[in-house]
Design a protein around this ligand. Structure first.
Ligand code: MN
Length: 177
């Protein structure tokens, strides 16, 4: 990152009450020690409540990994928006954490994405007391995340296909691929 970017340290979260929430989960990078270490870089971390980080956010991570074990290639993008506070005058605490996950049969490349491709989008509030809320409750459309963040997700896909896959909510129940 550029030199003029704010440098965030491990201890900037200490005493804040917030977890150091991973975007790329450590457990998604167990195959290689170096790659695992990199998930602990503070550029991969945001302040999440324990109730979010250790419950619905983690449950979705586990579900996503279970699909990888079942033979899917899993493409994930995650991020945040909103500001509900600032730690030590430099770490923004987001109001929301979002994630978009694309499941493709192993070996399929992203140009195989079509209207039937399974895509999960979630938008989770960074709040307390959601320990018992199932992650599925936070499903949303990709389009909604685009509106909240200003990003154009799947921007390299044809506009018509984006309109199809970005405007529906994943209908599948837990455990069905
Ligand atoms: Mn888009």
């Amino acid at each position: 990152l550029p030199d003029n970017f704010q440098r965030i340290g491990y201890y900037d979260y200490s005493g804040s009450g917030y977890d150091r929430g991973h975007m790329v989960p450590s457990a998604d990078r167990f195959a290689d020690a170096k790659l695992n270490e990199e998930t602990f870089m503070m550029t991969n971390i945001v302040p999440q409540t324990g109730a979010l980080n250790q419950f619905p956010w983690e449950k979705l991570e586990s579900y996503s990994r279970s699909q990888a074990w079942r033979g899917y290639d899993v493409y994930t993008i995650a991020g945040v928006y909103g500001e509900k506070g600032v730690l030590k005058g430099k770490v923004t605490v987001p109001t929301n954490c979002w994630k978009i996950i694309v499941f493709l049969p192993r070996g399929f490349t992203v140009d195989k994405i079509d209207q039937r491709t399974r895509i999960i989008a979630v938008d989770m509030p960074n709040v307390d007391s959601i320990e018992n809320v199932p992650w599925e409750r936070y499903k949303t459309t990709v389009r909604s995340i685009e509106e909240k963040t200003g990003f154009d997700i799947f921007s390299l896909l044809p506009r018509e296909l984006q309109d199809q896959i970005e405007t529906r909510v994943d209908p599948n129940m837990l455990h069905s691929p």
